[in-house]
Design a protein around this ligand. Structure first.
Ligand SMILES: Nc1ncnc2c1ncn2[C@@H]1O[C@H](COP(=O)(O)OP(=O)(O)OP(=O)(O)O)[C@@H](O)[C@H]1O
Ligand SMILES: [Mg+2]
Length: 468
């Protein structure tokens, strides 16, 4: 692996190993410390306990914690909480971002409010209710970790931007094999077929492969083979000479020539008509091509990346795709898992897009409330990362507070949408039906289009319209 590729794998994977969260408990009562230790240990947390303010401060200065649970009263029969408040500000000086949950005696709400004003993130009254305490701890840690990851990612991204590499977020277990493969084959000249449902990030992966390769100093030329108008395929790919056909008034350089010594990205490769597949095969096999209307053979040195959301093996079996061409294209095949199989990536993707759109639209949106995040996590994302991207954009635009609420997301509940069809607009019904068809066919556009009685491109247009 080249150093560039190694660095890619390590920086991208390093943020993906979840460690047990570390909780520091500070309380002078041994029975309280013991009860908390048992409770939190059973939940999988790593616990450290201390019994004096001095020891608490030392622990925070010496180690990394994800949360601190802190008693406000240290000398028996003192309830002023002064020692606790004092400790609170010292801890904040030592680690300004550490979430601190304070524990106060029952009935001393004023003290809790004062602590919150001074920067505690939440409070619990003793004797505490276990489920409530656990839920506070869980939420605070999750929030803290997401923020820290987002910060780290931001730092990494500015590094990557400087190196002209696209942002590729992947911290879930399901993405690890893919990242390793990208790191390994990125620098090579291997032709790579990238497969995955609509919106899973095939183009981002292609850009990443190119950026990791020695060809990165040259451009990556993209051809949307699905979007080429009839009859222009050859001229687009191979160019033409003046007079080759009626409209050919001047010479034209094709994409293969443009990509010489660089990378050519053939997007939506399954849509290449049979007749053109033979022409592609030839240039892939020999590196030779002619401009349309010319008899001069040219050599091109091109690395070909291609992408599809169709099942090319099945397309081959049914005679719509040449298997010899597939063999040339998929020296290596990279399959990107759909977002619903890597839900751990959702919080980080959300915070990435949130930041991007808050900046673009100059809105002071900072995060999602827990209901909205839960909705994000529960959603099946038939349109994968693109759908999530659009959903966050919409939410940022319509949100009226710093915290996005579930209602801002525009995601109707997945199970049995309760809205009555007769109360919906035609567009809403269309959106819902398309979404359901995509979910039913696991994001496969051809199959969903067939089920809806639409052409593939008609469905595609509607999906873009609805941000699916
Ligand atoms: N892992 C990721 N990290 C950050 N952004 C991502 C990631 N995956 C996808 N995106 C973003 O989501 C959007 C869709 O990604 P992309 O266009 O690469 O998907 P695709 O698989 O090529 O979709 P299609 O099948 O529709 O062509 C883009 O805006 C892309 O930047
Ligand atoms: Mg694409």
């Amino acid at each position: 692996m080249s150093t560039k590729a190694e660095e890619f794998v390590s920086t991208t994977i390093s943020i993906s190993k979840p460690q047990p969260a570390r909780v520091l408990v500070a309380d002078d009562q041994a029975d309280v410390r013991e009860a908390l230790r048992l409770l939190l240990k059973a939940e999988g947390y790593a616990i450290e306990t201390v019994n004096t303010p001095g020891a608490a401060l030392e622990a925070v200065q010496g180690g990394e914690f994800d949360l601190m649970l802190m008693d406000l009263n240290y000398q028996r029969d003192t309830t002023s909480g002064r020692e606790g408040m004092d400790l609170l500000s010292k801890i904040q000086n030592a680690d300004s971002r550490l979430p601190i949950v304070v524990m106060t005696a029952w009935g001393s709400v004023e003290l809790a409010v004062e602590a919150m004003r001074r920067g505690a993130t939440d409070f619990i009254q003793k004797p505490w209710d276990n489920p409530r305490l656990l839920s506070i701890i869980r939420n605070q840690i999750e929030l803290y970790r997401t923020l820290r990851r987002a910060e780290r990612l931001e730092a990494e991204n500015s590094l990557l931007r400087a190196q002209n590499r696209p942002v590729f977020i992947a911290e879930s277990k399901a993405m690890e094999p893919l990242l390793t493969l990208i790191g390994r084959i990125g620098p090579s000249d291997a032709n790579v077929l990238i497969t995955g449902e609509h919106g899973t990030g095939k183009e981002v992966v292609a850009q990443t492969l190119h950026a990791l390769s020695p060809r990165s100093g040259r451009p990556m030329i993209t051809v949307n083979t699905g979007g080429l108008p009839e009859g222009t395929f050859e001229s687009e790919l191979f160019g033409h000479v003046k007079g080759a056909f009626t409209d050919a008034r001047v010479d034209r350089v094709g994409r293969f020539e443009l990509a010489d010594k660089g990378t050519l990205f053939l997007d939506e490769i399954a849509n290449v008509p049979m007749k053109q597949q033979a022409k592609l095969l030839r240039v892939l096999e020999t590196g030779e091509m002619e401009r349309v209307g010319s008899s001069r053979t040219q050599k091109v040195d091109v690395r070909v990346l291609s992408a599809t959301n169709a099942d090319l093996k099945m397309e081959c079996a049914e005679g719509r795709f040449r298997s010899d061409l597939l063999f040339r294209l998929n020296t290596v095949e990279l399959r990107i898992p759909p977002l619903r199989e890597r839900k751990e990536d959702i919080p980080l993707l959300v915070s990435h897009f949130l930041k991007q759109y808050a900046q673009r639209y100059r809105k002071s949106v900072k995060g999602l409330d827990s209901g909205a995040m839960q909705k994000m996590l529960d959603h099946l994302w038939p349109g994968n990362v693109r759908e999530l991207d659009h959903s966050v954009e919409r939410a940022v635009l319509i949100s009226t507070s710093e915290q996005i609420q579930a209602g801002d997301l525009g995601l109707e509940s997945e199970r049995g949408s309760s809205a009555k069809i007769e109360e919906m607009s035609l567009e809403e019904v269309e959106y819902l039906l398309i979404k359901k068809a995509l979910a039913r066919h696991s994001g496969n556009i051809s199959h969903a289009a067939e089920a809806l009685g639409l052409s593939r491109s008609a469905l595609y247009r509607r999906m873009q319209k609805y941000g699916l």
